[in-house]
Ligand binder design. Sequence first.
Ligand code: C2E
Ligand code: MG
Ligand code: MG
Length: 467
Amino acid sequence: MSERDQVLLRVVTDLLSLIADHNRLNTQLRYQERYDTLTGLPNRHLLQERIDLALHDAREHRRTVALLFIDLDGFKQINDSLGHPTGDRFLKHVSQVFATCVRPQDTLGRMGGDEFLLLMPDLPDARLADMAAYRLLEALQTPYLQEGQELRLTASIGISLFPRDGVDSMTLLKNAESAMHRAKETKRNGFLHYRPEHSRRAHNRLALEVQLRRAIERHELKVYYQPQYDLVSERIVSVEALVRWHHPQRGPISPGEFIPIAEQSDLIVDIGSWVLREACRQTMEWHQAGYPLLRMSVNISARQLLRPEFIAEVAAIIHTTGLPANCLELEITEGVMLDDPMYAAHQIDQLHQIGVRVVLDDFGTGYSSLAYLRQLPLDALKIDQAFVRAIDEQNQMVTNSRALLRAIINLAHSLGLAVIAEGVETPEQRIALASMGCDILQGYLFAPPLPAAEVWPTILRLQGDDT
Ligand code: C2E
Ligand code: MG
Ligand code: MG
């Protein structure tokens, strides 16, 4: 071979290997464009193509197509508490488990995060979709072993059917997703078929959020105050601030409805800081009018607490209103420990340092209750209404729940925490809680949440001081 031929050959081989590389890369890219890298399942794009194809066939042959939108319940908790690598392994495991539940002609894909989609083309009977949903939920029941720990999650599934719930892929996907959200709200670990109300609900929610944004500046929010009765001094020593929304068209809307909406965005930060400022201001206004100083309890959402500037904000409010720090009590729920437990603990510590009291609200409804009690610098524990209600219910659980309540109160006391009971409605509950050593009671038995102007007249009446 001449020197020239040798050069030519080298150029050709180089070129060929370049082309091969290019093709490999191309295939890889095409693969990545269409498959999810973590689970190897079809991704959103490929799913979309397959849905379009299935709908095309279904139109021609008058068949039914089902979309099952699957979302894991509480997956975030696994990610947050055990780390992303474990979260990823769990998702992979789930995708393998799900894959065993589908027919060969179905497509199981991952939409992203903890969301999966099952496309069932060519269904002779729509009930096959329900059966698939059952199988998927059932398959999740087997626990997944990870470093000696048993992980188990449930899922919520929304189902939409072609042609019943839509004739194009966009609508069918959107409707399967709204049904999934509704399933999550209402039952979890279950599935629901799409119903038109689901989109209406989503729409109403959005409308409410828009109106809520304007509610503060339009003065539609009011703070009500519910008295808290101290069993030792037999006096009202504190009040809890509870926000109310007077909607111009709908009338009063309960915080149970609008706080969760506000919590999904930063709206809760504005509302929360407005409530905090207003409640502190009001406490001082009463005091300046000559009444004894009350302790003010304010509910705080996780989003507020986890903002670095929150501590400075609280300090500034105390400073400008002149409220003594130990007259302010912030109520947090165990939920604040879910997203970033270390940082939440740090913030609570900081609050404690500036002299503000911190109470754990809704105790007994949460996750791993007792662990936090020892680790956090809390001042009090507020026992959830559900426990209080169980005191005089007519069933066999009563002895159990009384024993449990007594144990919780003793434990709290041994950790140096005061105990508040909320939702006290009957004299029987009051007597039982007093005998168990509970410190403070709050509930309709004493007074409902009241507008500011009614607070002191009510307190005086309750204490028999008004004569
Ligand atoms: P929460 O902090 O656990 O408040 C106690 C709820 O129980 C209040 O409901 C109160 O009105 C109600 N309640 C009081 N006594 C009784 C009783 O004897 N029986 C019964 N059945 N209920 C009683 P409300 O005012 O509807 O507030 C609901 C929840 O909304 C609060 O629960 C709290 O989590 C949240 N919330 C209220 N205001 C705010 C706020 O300003 N910021 C934040 N982040 N959350 C708030
Ligand atoms: Mg509360
Ligand atoms: Mg509560």
